[in-house]
Design a protein around this ligand. Structure first.
Ligand code: SF4
Length: 264
């Protein structure tokens, strides 16, 4: 299953202003879209194994050291993104799969754009919407989501968490809000513990980090599954030895099946 963006739409401008980067395209009608693909399965987190169509937006306010979606993050790949109206995105999703279905909004950071009109279009036709975001930007339209997965980034990412913004995301009113935290090492584990303790009412999903993410222009790069599985075993043992029975520990199913391949 591959992404097939409409060729008739104009590519993105080479550069956006800083305010456009943080708020969207500077045009209420246009979204920055890196990929639309599916139906496939959600490979991680609370909906693991559930059929879905992905809408991956372009642009991110973070630069995580181990990002596995750099083609949807780095400005040098902006020429591969498309400026699409919510209606155009929605038409493509409908062509891929009929309702009822969960549409997954991913990125980049999808929270940097106004996806409210897109969600309204789909919800009116019986689709459900899930999003994954690091929790660095809060939006009113989070309240229209069926699932808000907040994935604050641990120390190994090189990023910092603004807890006030994360608090606001948790309080934004999504039907279901969960935490998903990638763990590479002991410092990440301690971070996950602290974040989960801050939000005891939320489900927490832990995921071993992939230390072999793909370069942005090569999704055939080999994944070190043995290494990831070793980290998974360590993470399971670490949580169980710690008596942290409230956490759910999951691998990235799509990586185990398809490696770094994109659009699956
Ligand atoms: S927040 Fe996500 S998409 Fe953005 S740089 Fe980090 S891992 Fe990549």
């Amino acid at each position: 299953m591959t992404c097939s963006p409409p060729v008739s739409l104009p590519p993105m401008r080479d550069s956006l202003s800083a305010s456009e980067e943080s708020r969207g395209c500077g045009n209420d009608q246009a979204l920055r879209i890196a990929e639309i693909f599916g139906p496939t399965i959600q490979g991680e987190g609370a909906l693991i194994g559930v059929p879905t169509v992905f809408v991956r937006t372009g642009g991110c306010d973070f630069r995580c050291s181990w990002c596995d979606s750099l083609h949807a993050v780095l400005s040098e790949y902006r020429h591969t993104w498309r400026a699409m109206s919510a209606e155009a995105v929605w038409a493509q999703v409908r062509r891929l799969a009929p309702a009822p279905l969960t549409v997954t909004l991913s990125g980049g950071n999808p929270a940097t754009q106004n996806l409210g009109p897109l969600i309204a279009l789909g919800a009116a036709e019986g689709y459900r919407f899930a999003i994954e975001t690091q929790g660095s930007v809060v939006q009113d339209w989070f309240a229209a989501l069926d699932l808000l997965t907040l994935s604050p980034k641990p120390p190994s990412s090189g990023m910092e968490t603004d807890l006030a913004v994360l608090d606001a995301c948790v309080a934004a009113g999504a039907a279901r809000t969960v935490l998903k935290i990638v763990v590479f090492d002991e410092a990440d584990y301690a971070y996950a513990r602290e974040i989960a303790a801050r939000y005891p009412a939320l489900e927490t999903y832990l995921q071993p980090g992939n230390h072999t993410p793909p370069p942005p222009d090569d999704d055939t790069a080999t994944v070190d599954m043995d290494g990831i599985n070793t980290r998974m075993e360590w993470l399971i043992d670490r949580a169980l030895d710690d008596g942290w029975y409230g956490a759910t520990i999951l691998p990235q199913l799509h990586v185990a099946i398809w490696g770094n391949k994109r659009g699956v």
